[in-house]
Design a protein around this ligand. Structure first.
Ligand SMILES: NC(=O)c1ccc[n+]([C@@H]2O[C@H](COP(=O)([O-])OP(=O)(O)OC[C@H]3O[C@@H](n4cnc5c(N)ncnc54)[C@H](OP(=O)(O)O)[C@@H]3O)[C@@H](O)[C@H]2O)c1
Length: 337
């Protein structure tokens, strides 16, 4: 099968290559999915570039190891593993290969093995590309807005980085849960963020939201471009700060330093700081699937790249100005003989 493989860390254009490799075989409780689309997320560019360096300790890429990258998957069930893989051949499914080690994944390929409990059906009327765009971004936003804080009517929610993959879903979900939503984004994305349901938009190129007089019950910070103690100033009494970014600068720690200072702020009792997971399990994927099917949320897709242009897709994400999600279409690439 064709797959995008990596054998060292570095810029995507230098370390990713399209190769013909063996098709993986599903084990117990696993499903072989014929991949139709994937999407690019933060763990993908971290795993490819090896930045922040500190995350390399979670799993090393060895020279010649031909690691296949890609965490989000949408496609068709091709084969079932020996036991417990309760899906039907030919089912349209989407799901996640993400593990916290950053090494194993495998969605940037024609076939991927996925644990059955990390897959859910793609609803009728939703395409593979939209489904792939909704896995990590959609589930992360759902976990933050529904679980980490139970956003409800009457709340004021600010989403920093409202035009990105996670932000576009978070704005839609917060509005759906009845909150008064403020999206922080650049000038070019203001209209889009408003269309997604934001009641107010702050253009970060003109206004620093941390210096405003408005107070919020929830701040979901997908950018961490301000020190957390400054961001915490805009919290209303009892408000919650959700720091959610590894940042976009290189080096040993990148934005992890800001995540650490947010943790410190919480530990010192200066603010209610909560970290939000992205649990792409069957239950959460099914919830995202239902929200897509009912039209409550839609995936904003910046651009679709064919599999052989995965390096360009990852480089685009590394620019940190993607408008919504970046999708890889596996169906579009030319077939190798
Ligand atoms: N908790 C988890 O498990 C989990 C899972 C996935 C992702 N994440 C985190 O979520 C964060 C966001 O992910 P993502 O996929 O949404 O990232 P993303 O798509 O790369 O975000 C790009 C967006 O950020 C906006 N942006 C850039 N600088 C900004 C600024 N100073 N102020 C406001 N907006 C700005 C850009 O808008 P402009 O073009 O207008 O600048 C662009 O639309 C990541 O840092 C990642 O670490 C966490």
């Amino acid at each position: 099968m064709r797959a995008i493989v990596q054998d060292r860390y570095g810029p995507p254009g230098e370390v990713l290559a399209l190769k013909e490799i063996d098709r993986p075989a599903p084990g117990p409780g696993e499903v072989l999915v014929r991949v139709r689309a994937s999407s690019v997320n933060t763990p993908d560019w971290i795993a490819i570039t090896g930045v922040p360096y500190v995350l390399r300790f979670q799993g090393r890429v060895r020279s010649g190891s031909n690691v296949v990258r890609g965490t989000d998957v949408a496609g068709v069930v091709e084969e079932l593993g020996p036991e417990g893989a309760d899906r039907g051949i030919g089912d349209r499914v989407f799901g996640s290969l993400w593990t916290s080690t950053f090494v194993t994944a495998g969605a940037f390929a024609e076939f991927a093995v996925v644990p059955a409990e990390r897959l859910a059906p793609i609803p009728a009327g939703v395409g593979f590309e939209e489904a792939a765009a909704s896995v990590m971004s959609g589930v992360t936003a759902l976990c933050a807005m529904r679980d980490t804080v139970q956003v409800h009517e009457g709340m004021k929610v600010l989403v920093n980085g409202a035009s990105g993959g996670v932000g576009t879903f978070a704005v839609q979900l917060a509005a759906h849960f009845g909150a008064e939503v403020t999206g922080v984004c650049g000038t070019a994305n203001a209209a889009m963020v408003r269309d997604l349901g934001a009641h107010h938009v702050i253009d970060y190129t003109r206004t620093d939201f941390t210096k405003g007089s408005e107070r919020y019950d929830v701040v979901l910070d997908n950018v961490l471009n301000h020190p957390p103690r400054r961001t915490a100033r805009v919290l209303a009494p009892g408000g919650v700060l959700i720091p959610n970014s590894v940042g976009n600068s290189g080096g040993l720690l990148a934005g992890l330093g800001r995540m650490a200072s947010a943790r410190m702020l919480g530990s010192l009792g200066r603010a209610d700081v909560r970290f939000s997971p992205s649990e792409a399990n069957r239950e959460n994927l099914t919830a995202v699937s239902e929200l897509l099917a009912s039209g409550v949320i839609k995936a904003v897709i910046d651009r679709v790249y064919p599999l052989q242009e995965t390096a360009q897709a990852v480089a685009h994400m590394l620019g940190h100005h993607a408008r919504g999600n970046i999708v890889i279409s596996v169906a579009k690439g030319p077939r190798t003989p």
